[in-house]
Design a binder for this molecule. Structure first.
Ligand code: RIB
Ligand code: CA
Length: 314
C-alpha cells in the first residue's frame, strides 16, 4: 500500500501549554511532516516562548526539528502576554533538564519566506499564537501568498472573546497581522473558541493520559496540572480548554471537527470590538466566504486522537 501523503506544515506558535501539546502532535504524527517551528511573543515574551519550544522538542527527542525565532512583538499595537494563564516562564509546571538545543540563526519571517518560495505550494501554515510572523512574511514578500496551500489557525471566535467580550487572545495580540492573513486570498481554516472551549481537559482526561507511560504522556500531565489550575481560577472552567491542538487534530482527523465557510474579517478599528473576528455565520452580507470556521467538534473523537498521537512516543 502506498505510504499516505504527509501534510507538510510550518508550525508558528507561542508556547504556551496548549502550544506544547500541538508541538507533540505535529512532531509525532505519521500524517504530518513538520518542516520547522517558528516562535513569536504571545503567551510570554519571545525569549521565553522560544526556550519553551526548544525544551519541548528536547524532551520528546526531536532536536532535529529546527526552531526559528520570530518577531519581538505585534505589527502595530503594544505587546501583551498571558502570564496569568501560562505563568512566568510561559510553560510553568514541567521541570526540564538543562537545555542544550539552540534556535537557528535565520529570522522566522525569512525562514517562512524562503521555505514557501522554495516549495511547490504544498505547505500548510499552522499558527497557534499571534499571526505576526505570517503577516510580516506576506507583507515582506507578497509572492509567498500563492505558495501557501492553506492557513490553519487557532484563534478568533464567531461568538465571544476570551480577553474582551469581542476578541480572542491570539487575534487581539496582533489584529493587523490577522487582517493581513485573513484577507490574503488563500484558504483559511479557523479553529476558534467556539469549538476549543468544548475540548476541556477535565480530571478524567488527565487520568486517561496519565496511563500513557511515555515522555509525551508525562509531559502532558505536568503541563495540564498548571494549565487546568489557572483556567479554573480565572474562568471557572472544570478543565483547561485545549485550544491549539485543534489545528493538528483537524489536519490528522478532519472528520472530528466540522467547519462552515463564512465571510470573515478582523475588526482593526479601535473601538471596544478591536480584534474581533467578524464571521458572517448566516451569510447576511452575501460576500465571498474567505474562511472556513469550525463550529462543531466530536469531543470523544478529539481525545481519542490526542491519546493515539501521544502514545506514538517512547
Ligand atoms: O485564546 C487561546 C490562545 O491564546 C491559545 O493559542 C493559547 O496558547 C494562547 O496563545
Ligand atoms: Ca498559543
Amino acid at each position: 500500500m502506498s505510504e499516505e501523503k504527509r501534510t507538510k506544515i510550518i508550525l508558528d506558535c507561542d508556547p504556551g501549554h496548549d502550544d506544547a501539546v500541538a508541538i507533540m502532535l505535529a512532531a509525532g504524527s505519521p500524517k504530518i511532516e513538520l518542516l520547522g517551528i517558528t516562535t513569536e511573543s504571545g503567551n510570554q515574551t519571545l525569549e521565553k516562548t522560544t526556550r519553551n519550544a526548544l525544551n519541548v522538542l528536547q524532551w520528546i527527542g526531536r532536536g532535529d526539528i529546527p526552531v526559528y525565532v520570530g518577531c519581538q512583538g505585534p505589527m502595530v499595537r503594544e505587546k501583551m502576554t498571558a502570564a496569568d494563564i501560562h505563568g512566568e516562564t510561559g510553560l510553568d509546571g514541567p521541570v526540564f533538564p538543562p537545555l542544550e538545543l539552540k534556535p537557528q540563526k535565520k529570522h522566522a519571517v525569512q525562514y517562512i519566506i524562503d521555505t514557501l518560495m522554495a516549495g511547490s505550494g504544498d505547505i500548510t501554515m499552522v499558527t497557534t499564537g499571534p499571526m505576526t510572523n505570517l503577516g510580516m512574511a506576506i507583507r515582506l514578500e507578497p509572492r509567498i501568498v500563492e505558495k501557501i496551500e492553506r492557513i490553519v489557525l487557532m484563534g478568533g471566535s464567531y461568538q465571544h472573546g476570551n480577553v474582551t467580550p469581542a476578541a480572542e487572545f491570539n487575534i487581539l495580540c496582533d489584529p493587523e497581522a490577522a487582517h493581513v492573513c485573513f484577507s490574503c486570498g488563500r484558504p483559511v481554516y479557523m479553529m476558534g473558541l467556539d469549538i476549543t472551549r468544548q475540548v476541556l481537559c477535565t480530571p478524567d482526561v488527565v487520568e486517561r493520559m496519565k496511563k500513557i507511560d511515555n515522555c509525551a504522556g508525562r509531559l502532558f500531565v505536568d503541563l495540564m496540572a498548571h494549565f487546568c489550575r489557572t483556567q479554573k481560577e480565572i474562568f471557572g472552567l472544570p478543565g483547561g480548554p485545549l485550544h491549539d491542538p485543534c489545528t493538528l487534530v483537524w489536519l490528522i482527523a478532519p472528520d472530528v471537527i466540522t467547519t462552515k465557510p463564512m465571510y470573515s474579517t478582523i475588526d482593526i478599528s479601535h473601538g471596544e470590538s478591536y480584534g474581533r473576528t467578524n464571521c458572517d455565520f448566516f451569510s447576511y452580507l452575501h460576500k465571498p466566504q474567505n474562511v472556513r470556521v469550525a463550529y462543531a467538534v466530536d469531543v470523544d473523537g478529539y481525545w481519542d486522537v490526542i491519546e493515539e498521537e501521544l502514545r506514538r512516543y517512547s
